[in-house]
Design a protein around this ligand. Structure first.
Ligand code: PBG
Length: 325
């Protein structure tokens, strides 16, 4: 005896006709790491297949993206010089600013450039803000975040994405951008960002682990299922244009709950630890990498993500191309 669901699955053609969750190239955002120096393409040891590039080596990566149809990039910078106030984060000669200028000069508007606005890669202590007696000082940090976002916009960023988790940062950044003629630049807010161990490999990649303490006073507690909505609401009120939920796969329940309540574009971030776990198992030959990645990314879509940030973007693009053949 076949039940209805089973009858509707009985033919491959019918299954395909009934598929209503789809992944497309336009959903993907690829994070890239840019570092100071020349002729550098260094593999990140905890993220095999991902590299830190010096600006002069970016063209090979960008050509690859172009060929595969990946157009949206999320830029992270690794400076040579770190200090208490992360001054390289907002200087016009900072690594991200130089990378933005380089890409805009050489590729025009072929890429959508999103920049991570945070301080942890730039501060000597590795925290996401300015310290006052070993605590991150929220309101002082807002002034710095606004300067960083403005310097990114001036250097050519198309979207700024604050990931610091200070209260009031969306409003502060929005006001600064507006005052300086950048009211057309959207803010992609890392609104729901948990204090997660899944960021471990990223902190290797960006050399941004805090030198003392942790980020639990500003990032969210994963043992609380109430505060996420407050974070989303305040970012929306402050003027966020996109809402992000991060990490990805372990937090699809939260993503889905946000999806049901708001209609702004929703972004999910498959973070470094998620990438590294899949990659490690794949390198061991324990899993079918392509199938696992495509299934995982489809789960993001099913849960409600409009856009997905993933280190697998290039591979996915190549697999989607293959599937079309
Ligand atoms: C910067 C930032 C982090 C990530 C994105 N922006 C690290 C952190 O908050 O510790 C994590 C990305 C990843 O793990 O892939 N604050």
């Amino acid at each position: 005896m076949f039940q209805r669901t089973r009858r509707l699955r009985s033919s491959a053609i019918l299954r395909e006709m009934l598929q209503n969750v789809h992944l497309s190239l336009q959903d993907l955002i690829y994070p890239i790491f840019v570092e100071e120096g020349e002729n550098k393409k260094e593999e990140i040891s905890s993220m095999p297949g991902q590299y830190r590039y010096s600006i002069d080596r970016l063209p090979e990566l960008l050509e690859n993206c172009r060929e595969l149809g990946i157009k949206a990039l999320l830029l992270f910078g690794i400076p040579n010089h770190k200090d208490e106030v992360g001054s390289e984060a907002y200087h016009s000669h900072g690594i991200v600013q130089k990378a933005l200028q380089f890409i805009k000069e050489n590729y025009g508007d072929q890429f959508l450039l999103i920049t991570d606005v945070c301080m942890c890669e730039y501060t000597s202590h590795g925290h996401c803000g300015i310290l006052h007696e070993k605590e991150v000082d929220n309101d002082t940090t807002l002034q710095f975040l606004s300067k960083i976002a403005l310097s990114h916009a001036q250097a050519g960023a198309d979207i700024v994405a604050p990931s610091d988790m200070m209260d009031g940062r969306v409003q502060a950044i929005r006001a600064t951008l507006d005052e300086n003629g950048f009211s057309y630049i959207p803010i992609m807010a890392y609104s729901v960002k948990y204090a997660s161990s899944f960021y471990g490999p990223f902190r290797d990649a960006a050399d941004s682990a805090p030198s003392f303490g942790d980020r639990k006073s500003y990032q969210m507690d994963f043992q609380n299922d109430k505060e996420f909505y407050q974070e989303v609401l305040s970012d929306m009120e402050e003027g966020a244009d996109f809402i992000m939920v991060k990490p990805g796969m372990p937090y699809l329940d939260v993503l889905h709950a946000v999806k049901e309540r708001i209609s702004l574009p929703l972004v999910s971030y498959q973070v470094s630890g998620e990438y590294s776990m899949i990659k490690a198992a794949a390198l061991q030959g324990w899993i079918d990498e392509k199938k696992i990645v495509l299934e995982s990314i489809l789960a993001f879509k099913r849960a409600g993500a409009d856009l997905i940030i993933t280190y697998y973007a290039l591979e996915i693009a190549a697999w989607l191309k293959e599937n079309r053949k």
